[in-house]
Ligand binder design. Structure first.
Ligand code: NI
Length: 184
């Protein structure tokens, strides 16, 4: 396994719609394993392929609940209910956090690491994380959900920080190991 570079806001790959995976091959499994390793080193709870510069429709999640680590290939929200606000951050927009309104519960269908179909019924942080990662797979970021004013504030905060990431690349090896909060 290897740790991948994380792409940050400004890299056009984050705005690309991913391509559905046709077959879960060894290449896809290697991507999944590398994404898990990268996410864990970054102390994240979720990571989507565009965040490591890839356009396969793949995400990994581990919110450390009873669902365990989830590898999601071609995930799709098939049911959603309710609405709830909660704080989000993103590994691709480090140190920027804000409240985002999401569906309170979701049901997601996907393929797992072996290519078998799975259904995930989620609430709380897992539901939030699933919606955040599936957004990533369609080129959407959490800041897109903010009001114009809050989005401007978030982008101004990011503008002060983005020089730390030349080429829109975040190298985890250059960072302190202690991250202050959860990002996905
Ligand atoms: Ni994110």
């Amino acid at each position: 396994m290897s740790v991948l570079e994380i792409r940050v806001l400004g890299d056009p790959v984050l705005r690309k719609e991913t391509k559905p995976v046709e077959a879960v091959t060894d290449d896809v499994r290697r991507l999944i394993d590398d994404m898990f390793e990268t996410m864990r080193l970054a102390k994240g709870i979720g990571l989507a392929a565009p965040q490591v510069g890839r356009i396969e429709r793949v995400a990994v999640i581990d919110v450390r609940d009873s669902h365990g680590p989830l590898a999601l290939v071609n995930p799709e929200i098939v049911e959603r209910d309710g609405s709830i606000k909660g704080e989000e951050g993103c590994l691709s927009i480090p140190d920027v956090y804000d409240d985002v309104e999401r569906s309170a519960t979701v049901v997601v269908r996907a393929l797992d690491r072996s290519g078998a179909p799975i259904t995930v019924e989620a609430e709380d942080l897992l539901a939030r994380c699933l919606q955040h990662e599936i957004d990533h797979l369609f080129g959407k970021l959490f800041i897109d959900h903010l009001s114009v004013l809050k989005r401007r504030t978030a982008l101004a905060k990011w503008a002060e920080m983005r020089d730390k990431y030349p080429g829109f690349v975040r190298r985890l090896s250059d960072e302190a190991t202690e991250r202050p909060a959860e990002e996905f």
